[in-house]
Design a protein around this ligand. Structure first.
Ligand SMILES: [Zn+2]
Length: 240
């Protein structure tokens, strides 16, 4: 059963947390876990490339349109500790905007459109305390109905995405500078715009990948610091 959990974490989730659990397992469990990771990696490598714009990590679900309105949760995001301080909503917004605009500035017409948070809003960027064991951030996607939502993106039903939300963990510490934190340090500090860039990749319907991509499955500053060509090409192939 434990192996199943590890594969589940590896494949589906933002796994800042799950890897540190591998560290604390027994040697036997470690070997099992690593063997599964190896098998998973080989499987990924063997996937055929079927198009020029390889969307090997596309979930198969997308937004019906090409513009997604979203709101920022001022209260929750003000509780994020960034550069050692809380109540830094302006700074937090700037970091999330960097990531959002990186997606918006690609050749694709897809747009993540920030609207005033006091408007009626479907899609949200939240801050909330998910605790020591919670992921640094997690994206939820709802398919077809706002009551059918997923935190993992491999087994979603095939229909349009109708709602998305990302939650940044206020338990963790965050930064505006380049943090190349080891994945074993599950509480950061994380560079906020690096993590936001990755989470917005889930919003546009990407799963994790082991290739050079902002959707690389581990927090790695060399993958999260910018959107890669593979991501841009894939976005265009989905949304034009
Ligand atoms: Zn992720």
């Amino acid at each position: 059963m434990q192996e199943h959990v590890y594969v589940y974490n590896l494949a589906f989730f933002d796994i800042y947390m799950s890897y540190s659990k591998l560290y604390t397992m027994s040697i036997i469990d470690n070997i099992r876990g690593l063997a599964i990771i190896t098998v998973a990696s080989i499987t990924i490598i063997l996937l055929p490339i079927t198009s020029v714009y390889a969307t090997d990590y596309y979930s198969g679900r997308r937004w019906g349109g090409t513009t997604v309105d979203l709101c920022y949760d001022a209260y929750g995001l003000s509780s994020l500790r960034i550069d050692g301080q809380i109540n830094q909503y302006t700074k937090v917004q700037q970091q999330i905007d960097i990531a959002r605009n990186d997606w918006n500035n690609l050749p694709s017409r897809f747009t993540l459109n920030k609207v005033r948070s006091d408007q009626w809003c479907i899609n949200w960027v939240y801050g909330a305390n998910r605790g020591y064991n919670g992921p640094a951030a997690e994206t939820m996607l709802c398919i077809n109905s706002v009551s059918t939502c997923y935190y993992s993106f491999d087994n979603m039903p095939s229909d349009n995405i109708v709602k998305a939300a990302v939650t940044f963990n206020t338990y963790d510490s965050w930064s505006t500078t380049r943090e190349c934190t080891s994945w074993a340090d599950e509480d950061g500090p994380w560079t906020l715009n690096y993590v936001a860039r990755h989470e917005f990749g889930h919003w546009v319907a990407f799963k994790h990948t082991a290739t050079v991509s902002v959707m690389y499955y581990l927090y790695n500053c060399n993958y999260r610091d910018s959107i890669k060509q593979h991501d841009s090409d894939s976005l265009t192939s989905i949304y034009g």
